[in-house]
Design a protein around this ligand. Sequence first.
Ligand code: ADP
Length: 519
Amino acid sequence: MLEQAKRKLQEYFGYSTFREGQESIIGSVLNGMDTLAIMPTGGGKSICYQIPALLAEGITIVISPLISLMKDQVDALTSAGVSSTYINSSLSARELNERIEELKDNQYKILYIAPERLESASFRSLLFDMNVSIVAIDEAHCISQWGHDFRPSYRSIRNMIEGFRERPIVIALTATATQEVTNDICELLDISPDNTYVTGFARDNLTFNVIKGENKRDYISNYVKANDDQAGIIYAATRREVDELYNYLKKQGIKVGKYHAGMSEHERSEQQDNFLFDKLNVMVATNAFGMGINKSNVRYVIHHNLPKNIEAYYQEAGRAGRDGERSECTLLFAGQDIQLQKFLIEQTALSDEKKIHEYQKLQQMVDLCHTEKCIQSYIIEYFGESAQDCGKCMNCRDTRSKIDITNEALMVFSCIKRMNERFGKTLVAQVLKGSKNKRIIQFGFDKLTTYRLMSNKTEKQITDLIDFLIAEGYLAMTNAQYPVLELTNKARKVLIDKQPVYKKESVTIQAIESNDQLF
Ligand code: ADP
């Protein structure tokens, strides 16, 4: 059967070989197994259901939240000779009726629909009368409340699948799934966890950098000017920040577009088309921009603000270099952005439990910014895969030598212990520094043996050290909203077994070898 699949790949798509993961996923579907495929953006997920669709007897229904992308997918399939269509809210009543008649007449191999359609009983009964072989669920993480883009309408999918006289084969696809999202997708769609395929999260052509302590606007404007013939996306956290950065870059003479949910649909699609068709090289946008944007030659993605979690970050950064060419992802880190993200979490209508969960994920994102390990492998390990150092990211290129900081780490650990693991970073740093602030006196922390133990350092140097110890897993932050520092087993090993702690020598960021060979 795989031979047939390969022939279809060549015949319809013009590719001679499958990419990593595609073959096993397609094999699983062709064997009649419900399957979950986790593949990074640009990894080639569509082929994983399109090839089985071509080999199946009946029709394949593709559920996708990306209305804007359906038409593109259908156009591409039609020009490849695959009979396909879509049904979504952009159709007029006449077009809709026409398509329904054509579907009843078995004219299509693939039908794209938006999940909201499934809420209509008459639409469901139309589907139940069709010979449906496969149901493909794109952006499957939308089914999970733990995912970063939960959509209640995805919850109708299960009912729909169970409504068929004969259960079709289910294939769920997503680019971002942590272990708990994976478990959720499997459970909610009744897919055996053994049929989960995680492939190729490493994006070898991407270089990751985290920049701290720079003036963000200057950095971005210099970066964009230095790469003015390249396409890039700059993500900012809020509409207001997008507007401000857009105006700033425009004033600098840069031809720039903007995109956020506060703009009219007309404005948005105009800006998006300008970017897609290379009339604009630079797009400043909120995270509303990009899901489903199929522009392969984006050479850089800059994050003006800290994203809310690593899934969102990797998905947004991953919009660079979909053509496989070398591209750069730069995150501009500033401590205030953590407050902004916390504020945004507070604004949501999530339950307290979910908010705590979001705070934890935010903390993992912050940890990513403070680690000295390979940034790419830190991300991949977050997704539960093992990884090798990429050799290209800022941390891999950082040639500073490592110094033994066991003594300083021990000072921090014992101070946290003496404060009964009940306080946050700032207060611990102030005790170590020897600050005389009111809370310290009130709690009697000025009597601790660890008081003033690091008086030769600035408070900022001490909090940076604590951030590093969190990122490397020596300390944990509990009670995510008002984080409290606790020691982990890794720290206890330092305290008890005298295991050494190393950190790169502190020098200024500018001393790190620049990445000028990239472009
Ligand atoms: P995803 O949905 O995972 O983001 P797509 O399905 O859009 O990715 O595929 C990304 C690109 O890779 C598309 O241009 C697609 O044609 C191409 N592609 C997919 N499979 C193969 C393959 N086996 N060989 C070469 N190119 C492929």
